[in-house]
Design a protein around this ligand. Structure first.
Ligand code: ADP
Length: 307
């Protein structure tokens, strides 16, 4: 059985439904990817690597992971912290606004749980995924330990997968981000950037610019996403362009990239070609953006994927 680890933060989501009603669910980039991967490729063991607390919401989050058939052996329980949370509201013009409580979340402590024993177990895996958000979230003083773990996994033969997923407000400065991304790109075997993510950081404006920029690193597999525009991939220096069929009924683009990543990686772990994996990833993303929220209902998602 192939297996993949998704390291990062899942948060409590509070969505305003009306003046008096909030709908509570769970979301976060790596969790979203894990869910869509597992729903599409149940034969791939899919683990979330994170830290929660010991409170009731943490317990519910863990139950949700389990109900999505995700492996939770690397979901750690911090003794005093609680999960991060965000509130999302959509105004009359469809514009979404977010408020976050995540600066002291349990997930910031995840690296402290990655002891020798855990790293030994993680070394058995096929892929280890983290994003720019995962990097921004972990405690600054844990970064050195984090990179040591990533290097250990890489030398054990685990493929390192990185999506830069840049969120400016999570970082102190662009220089800090660039330093961390340089380490991430330097260790990545696979990367899945979106053009928009990298524009502010590296002044790149097209998929071609992104491919050109990444030439300074030694990355085997590059997948560049660009919203409804074509996806460009590079495998062992061979470039390929893949046409995406734009979706007209876009309701909420939250987690388009996450769904793409999860399903793409599941497809690759299941032996699919790059071209087939891109089409499956794009199909998943296209289905997800026609639904509100990060996680589409399971039946709706599976129906769309079966078409
Ligand atoms: P992110 O969510 O990371 O910003 P993108 O906006 O680049 O990611 O979108 C990720 C993927 O979602 C794209 O590569 C594409 O497959 C799909 N996608 C995004 N927008 C559309 C759209 N309007 N129609 C069809 N597919 C889309």
């Amino acid at each position: 059985m192939k297996n993949i680890y998704f390291m990062g933060e899942c948060m409590v989501e509070l969505r305003a439904m009306s003046a008096a009603t909030l709908h509570q669910s769970f979301a976060g980039d790596v969790y979203n990817s894990a869910v869509y991967l597992k729903r599409s490729f149940p034969q791939v063991a899919t683990s979330v690597v994170t830290a929660l607390g010991q409170d009731n919401l943490s317990k519910k989050m863990l139950e949700r992971f389990e109900s999505e058939q995700l492996d939770t052996q690397f979901v750690f329980a911090h003794d005093s912290k609680v999960p991060g949370m965000y509130y999302i509201e959509t105004d009359a013009f469809g514009e979404r606004s977010f408020t976050y409580w995540r600066s002291d979340s349990a997930a910031k402590k995840v690296v402290s749980f990655l002891n020798t024993d855990v790293v030994k177990q993680l070394s058995q895996g096929d892929m280890f995924f983290f994003s720019g958000i995962s990097l921004a979230v972990i405690d600054e003083n844990a970064r050195e330990d984090f990179w040591r773990v990533v290097k250990q996994l890489k030398s054990a033969g685990v493929k390192i997968v990185f999506d830069p997923n840049y969120r400016a407000r999570l970082w102190n400065s662009v220089d800090e981000t660039k330093t961390q991304y340089d380490l991430a790109f330097g260790l990545a075997d696979v990367t899945l950037p979106g053009v928009e993510d990298l524009t502010t950081l590296y002044d790149v404006h097209s998929v071609e610019d992104v491919i050109e920029y990444l030439k300074i690193y030694n990355i085997d597999e590059i997948i560049v996403k660009n919203g409804p525009e074509s996806v460009i991939t590079q495998l062992d220096n061979t470039l390929q362009s893949h046409t995406i069929i734009p979706v007209t009924n876009v309701v909420d683009t939250t987690s388009a990239g996450d769904a793409f990543n999860g399903v793409y990686l599941g497809a690759r772990l299941s032996g699919k070609s790059i071209a087939d994996a891109v089409q499956l990833g794009a199909k998943a993303a296209g289905a997800v953006i026609q639904q509100p929220g990060a996680i589409a209902p399971k039946d709706v998602f599976q129906l769309a994927m079966a078409k």
